[in-house]
Write a protein that binds this ligand. Structure first.
Ligand code: NAG
Ligand code: NAG
Ligand code: NAG
Ligand code: NAG
Ligand code: NAG
Ligand code: NAG
Ligand code: NAG
Ligand code: NAG
Length: 626
């Protein structure tokens, strides 16, 4: 018996193996392929007799819809990948087909931060079972609505998707089941391959270089600003809102071209298919979206005007994006400073290039750049003849375009302020220090000067802050610090597998704020009532609280203390989000005297991206320094 049982088992085993060899394919449904998790339960398997209705067709494949699942985590849509015309010519929209193919999880080899996306590859045995079947798109906002706060369950930590350290886990390796009602990436993943309609879409940014653009539709959104964009804000739970309720519109499937867009532009309903590509969830529209309305590009100038009171100052802050003497944008920057910022008493500028711009020949002086700008302003506003203050960097040591030597600089109205008396100007490599002055006040060893320039952890390949001590016409002194933090370039996709997403060089930006805070403390120890204004392009959101922690209890953020509504706090627009990279902070005594601030959207309210002068919007503040 034992022998016989063993024999039977052996025979059955062989028989099963043989069956598997012959019938190596499975008959399955689209919902079996999609499953409730990130990766398909059938990944790598060949399938037969898969049926579905063709709902859309493009140059690199078509999209099938199968019978729905009662489980909303499971998509009944599927992308069949093929760019073969002999395959594509076999199917038409409306056909019910059966086919064979291989279930694959695709990710571009050059983009390790991307998610895998489920596809049917190598389609064969396509049989058209019937034609002219009807189907209707899933209407987002009606049939299904995206969550509005978080992208991923893996973004744990008090700063949500902005929590440091980054990349503590990966969506694909965790392969959890989807939570489409809670997390945005899960929501869009549960619609992978589906035909959807976005009712009344609104653009959230300019189009990117591929003509793609972000929208939200007629559904609940959070962070909506007056222009129509969605601003990065804190959610009701105190965690930074990741704006997951948005989607990027990719290239139309019929080969038409998307229109040029800007923040707040509206369109007729967009119908298309949901795919994941290039790091984000997309809707590929069936055809080019049709524009309904474009917002008025008129930008009102600031209401904050220079004051005759010596103690009341207007402060401008503007990243002028690689400004050289010959920049085509220079006259427009002058026009912005004159006619929109109304010639603030002190301008904090970032990205002033040297006298020959990006010619990489060792030139570091920027006096021609700043003189040209100041002369252009004088031509427009004859009453103002700006002087300037800056420090030339060591050639090619502060990051940015090679040879450009971008640096921060001040323009100042000598009729209102001057550098404090008896100042010795600093250089690129010597740290300025706050010291007790002869009259019992505080002064700087070097004025203007740089903060701790040899601190590699903070300033390697980045701009050192430009500090100055000023004197008003009433003889009072105050300090300013002009900042340009290291950039976020090479961060990972916010909708990628690394969670929280990699916020590149966040550690360096943290070290930069720490070095600045230490310097500010060295002034406040000598004079707790010192008036200090810290402003510039920090290349970071205040919602990344860990970066700004060192300023807690020392400096106050001007938008916050001036009562700017959180959704109107923006100077930049990137991908789906209107956001603030440029900040102004003041010391407690300045805050107590009362402050005002306005962001002037001369660039991000442009009707096309090519009309922008800089990627940043400038800001104007009014503060009392004595
Ligand atoms: C697919 O359908 C064909 C024709 O009906 C059938 O012969 C075959 O066994 C089916 N394949 C599977 C895996 O069920
Ligand atoms: C992902 O999860 C699904 C559903 O739980 C499971 O069937 C599949 O095998 C998992 N894939 C991997 C690679 O873990
Ligand atoms: C194609 O269909 C035939 C008949 O159903 C089947 O025998 C064959 O294995 C299928 N080929 C593939 C690659 O699925
Ligand atoms: C399918 O619809 C098209 C367009 O309306 C029509 O020309 C064609 O005759 C229809 N085919 C069938 C089989 O009904
Ligand atoms: C994120 O972490 C994963 C797993 O440790 C690693 O393979 C990957 O290189 C990391 N990515 C980045 C950009 O640090
Ligand atoms: C810039 O500085 C150099 C060296 O001091 C001087 O020769 C030159 O005239 C200055 N140029 C302008 C435009 O001020
Ligand atoms: C200032 O205006 C005069 C007269 O229009 C013009 O000749 C000169 O080039 C202008 N200078 C600058 C710096 O714009
Ligand atoms: C400084 O930055 C450069 C350029 O990004 C990099 O190659 C180098 O490794 C960095 N050095 C240190 C000490 O961090």
């Amino acid at each position: 018996m034992r022998c016989s049982t063993a024999f039977t088992m052996f025979v059955l085993g062989t028989f099963t193996a043989a069956l598997a060899l012959v019938h190596h394919s499975l008959a399955v449904s689209i919902t079996d392929i999609q499953g409730p998790a990130w990766l398909s339960p059938l990944q790598g398997q060949s399938v037969q007799n898969l049926t579905g209705v063709v709902v859309a067709k493009g140059k690199s494949g078509f999209f099938l819809r199968g019978d729905p699942s009662p489980d909303i985590r499971v998509s009944n849509g599927l992308n069949v990948f093929s760019s073969s015309t002999s395959v594509l010519s076999q199917v038409n929209v409306g056909d019910l087909i059966s086919l064979s193919g291989k279930v694959s999880e695709f990710r571009s080899s050059t983009a390790p931060d991307n998610l895998f996306t489920t596809e049917l590859q190598s389609p064969t045995n396509i049989t058209v079972l019937s034609t002219n079947n009807t189907f209707s798109p899933i209407v987002i906002g009606k049939d299904r609505s995206p969550p509005t706060q978080s992208l991923s369950a893996l973004d744990v930590g008090k700063d949500g998707w902005l929590t440091v350290p980054n990349n503590q886990s990966q969506v694909d390796s965790a392969n959890a089941t989807l939570q489409p009602t809670k997390f945005g990436m899960d929501f869009w993943s549960s619609l992978e391959g589906q035909l959807v309609t976005i009712p009344n879409p609104v653009a959230l940014d300019f189009e990117n270089t591929f003509g793609e653009f972000w929208v939200h539709g007629d559904w609940t959104v959070t962070g909506k600003n007056g222009r129509g964009g969605l601003t990065l804000t804190f959610g009701p739970n105190g965690i930074p809102d990741a704006n997951p309720e948005v989607i990027i519109i990719g290239a139309p499937l019929d080969g038409t071209k998307n229109p040029k867009v800007c923040v707040g532009k509206t369109f007729q309903d967009i119908t298309g298919v949901v795919v994941y590509q290039f790091g984000f969830y997309y809707v590929l529209p069936l055809t080019a979206p049709v524009v309904v309305s474009t917002p008025d590009p008129t930008v009102p100038p600031t209401t904050l005007k220079s004051d005759s009171n010596a103690c009341v100052l207007t402060i401008g802050d503007y990243n002028v994006e690689n400004l050289a003497p010959t920049s085509k944008t220079l006259p427009t920057v002058a026009n912005h400073i004159s006619n929109f910022l109304l010639t603030p008493d002190i301008m904090f500028l970032q990205e002033i290039q040297d006298n020959n711009g990006e010619t990489n020949d060792g030139t570091v002086s920027a006096n021609l750049t700043l003189t040209t700008l100041s002369n252009n302003i004088a031509n427009l506003t004859s009453a103002i003849n700006y002087n300037f203050a800056s420090i030339d960097p060591v050639n090619n040591q502060d990051g940015g375009a090679p040879g450009g030597n971008i640096r921060q600089a001040y323009l100042f109205n000598p009729a209102k302020v001057k550098l404090a008396a008896n100042s010795t100007p600093g250089d690129a490599t010597t740290a300025t220090k706050a010291i007790r002055s002869h009259n019992g006040g505080v002064s700087l060893t070097l004025n203007p000067g740089r903060i701790d320039p040899s601190n590699i952890a903070a300033w390697n390949s980045s701009r050192k802050p430009l500090v100055a001590q000023w004197e008003t016409t009433s003889g009072h002194t105050f300090f300013t610090i002009n900042v340009h933090g290291t950039a976020k370039l090479d961060s990972s996709s916010t909708q990628g597998t690394f969670r929280p997403p990699v916020n590149n060089l966040v550690e360096q930006r943290t070290a930069q704020v720490e070095a600045i805070a230490k310097f500010i403390k060295s002034i406040l120890i000598l004079d707790p009532l010192a008036s200090i204004i810290l402003a510039g392009d920090f290349n970071e959101f205040v919602q990344t609280r860990s970066v700004f922690k060192a300023l807690d209890g020392i400096m106050l953020e001007l938008d916050e203390i001036s009562g700017i509504p959180p959704v109107e706090r923006y100077t930049y627009v990137f991908d789906q989000t209107t956001e603030q990279l440029d900040h102004i902070f003041v010391s407690p005594v300045v805050a107590l005297r009362g402050t005002q601030v306005e962001h002037i959207h001369v660039n991000n309210w442009a009707s096309t991206i090519s009309l922008r002068t800089s990627d940043h919007d400038p800001s104007v503040a009014k503060v009392k320094v004595c």
